[in-house]
Ligand binder design. Structure first.
Ligand code: ADP
Ligand code: MG
Length: 256
């Protein structure tokens, strides 16, 4: 099974698409764990319709400073040692929120002003994701902060596949070029999802992005905007485009 890292410019729709895919995957009986590795946004749990886990992984392990000391300086100890072969069942209950087959784990959040950079969270995410061993019909979707800043912090090396969310902006087209080179360097498969498109913008994007692996596209849906504005879950939004995406994704995963 597969660990899929989602990335793309801020506001392109990473969290939204992860939520739509996660709901569809669980309807298709895939046990789906969403890992929130975006250290600033705090609303993913709402889109998923889950309660937030009682602790972030970083807090559970002793806090940002402690994680930093252990992972970067080899000083001290963490409150929990991540087993070398970690299954869903081994994840401490305090760090994970499950609702039937849909789970959420949050790596860490940057809280108050001056609380420091997110590097320890990225290092922790890499360790955790690397050690996670998936069984049949288990899948992990990883939400990240904007752009490709986490490339080079090596979170992506712990994943099996990269998914770039493209909204109809010039910035996204530029990002796609960069991402292709980076994915090639680290030898990972890269797929694109077009988001918030209409007939015209989809046509333009497909022309600009030719030869790239476009998995599918999701149009601009006022219902999505409304639900997100209200802080409501995206669970009941069922789109053909999303079902098609999930079918393609699971076919790719099952073939590899
Ligand atoms: N297909 C879509 N149709 C309409 N609005 C969308 C769509 N995808 C995302 N949005 C809106 O765009 C905004 C940013 O989405 P979000 O998922 O938070 O982006 P990211 O996680 O990439 O920063 C949200 O307000 C969301 O409601
Ligand atoms: Mg987001």
């Amino acid at each position: 099974m597969s660990k899929i890292l989602f990335f793309g410019k801020g506001g392109s729709g990473k969290s939204t698409i992860i939520s739509l895919l996660a709901h569809s995957l669980t309807r298709k009986k895939y046990k789906t764990l969403v890992i929130d590795s975006d250290e600033s946004n705090v609303t993913l749990y709402r889109m998923l319709g889950l309660n937030p886990p009682s602790k972030t992984l970083a807090d559970f392990m002793g806090g940002r400073r402690q994680v930093s000391n252990v992972l970067f300086r080899g000083k001290g100890e963490l409150n929990w040692k991540i087993p070398d072969s970690l299954s869903f069942n081994d994840i401490p209950g305090e760090c994970i929120a499950w609702k039937s087959d849909l789970g959420l784990l949050v790596i860490g959040k940057v809280g108050d002003y001056g609380s420091g950079c997110a590097c320890p969270f990225n290092a922790l995410a890499r360790e955790f994701i690397k050690k996670l061993k998936l069984k049949d019909r288990e899948i992990v979707l990883i939400d990240t902060d904007a752009g490709i800043e986490h490339f080079g912090r090596a979170v992506e090396e712990a994943c099996d596949m990269l998914l770039l969310i493209i909204d109809p902006t010039y910035e996204s087209i530029v990002l796609a070029e960069k991402a292709e080179k980076l994915a090639h360097q680290i030898n990972k498969r890269l797929y694109l999802i077009l988001n918030k498109v209409d007939i015209e913008t989809e046509k333009i994007l497909r022309e600009k992005l030719k030869d790239k692996n476009i998995l599918g596209s999701i149009s601009y849906e006022a219902e999505i905007t409304r639900k997100n504005l209200a802080g409501e879950p995206l669970e009941n939004i069922k789109l053909n485009a999303v079902e098609k995406l999930v079918d393609k994704l699971t076919t790719i995963i099952n073939e590899s």
